[in-house]
Design a protein. Sequence first.
Length: 216
Amino acid sequence: MIGVKSRSSIINEKSMKFTLGIKQNMTQIFDDKGLVHPATILVAGPLTVIQIKTKALDGYDAVQVAFGTKNEKNINKPIKGHLNGVNARFLKEFIVEDISAFKVGDKVDLSAFASGDMIEVSATSKGKGYQSVIKRHGFKGQPRSHGQKHSENAPGSIGGGLRNRVPKNMRMAGRMGGDKITVKNLKVLGVDKDNNQLIISGAVPGRRGTLVEVRG
């Protein structure tokens, strides 16, 4: 899947540390004191700089990078021409403080990251399908009494006198998950530049194989 992020969807926090990675799995890491920390392993980078966006031409300063690989027959001609010979699966933009530090064709690896860095990650959460108000919003549910038998997950009354209309923002059953989630203040526990692996403390949104954006 190749998609260019629109300007409105770009995080406005400027940074010089960024990468894209694929979520692998969770594990446990022991520190020097013998304390165990839950961790998530990402296969991150290397990225290829495809385009430099400037305020003069585009209205904002950003670096557009490509990541991953994809079968060339599945890349249409306009995107293939934009990539200029680079085989990539993902195309994303990051706003940076100094665009002069990048040029088209540069490779961005994990050299900027080190153990102990505080980062934030963004990814698409797991899709959970259609769920009741119990799981989706944490409702208590109905008591199994007074003749009730199969209505423990019923939401109850949504209010009367509304002329058969559902109030705006009413919490009800529906599709859950599949949202863009950003988690801040995560810690880098380890960096393996040789294998392009980034070990991050705690949990990262999404399933195995999810694209994860990392900013320092």
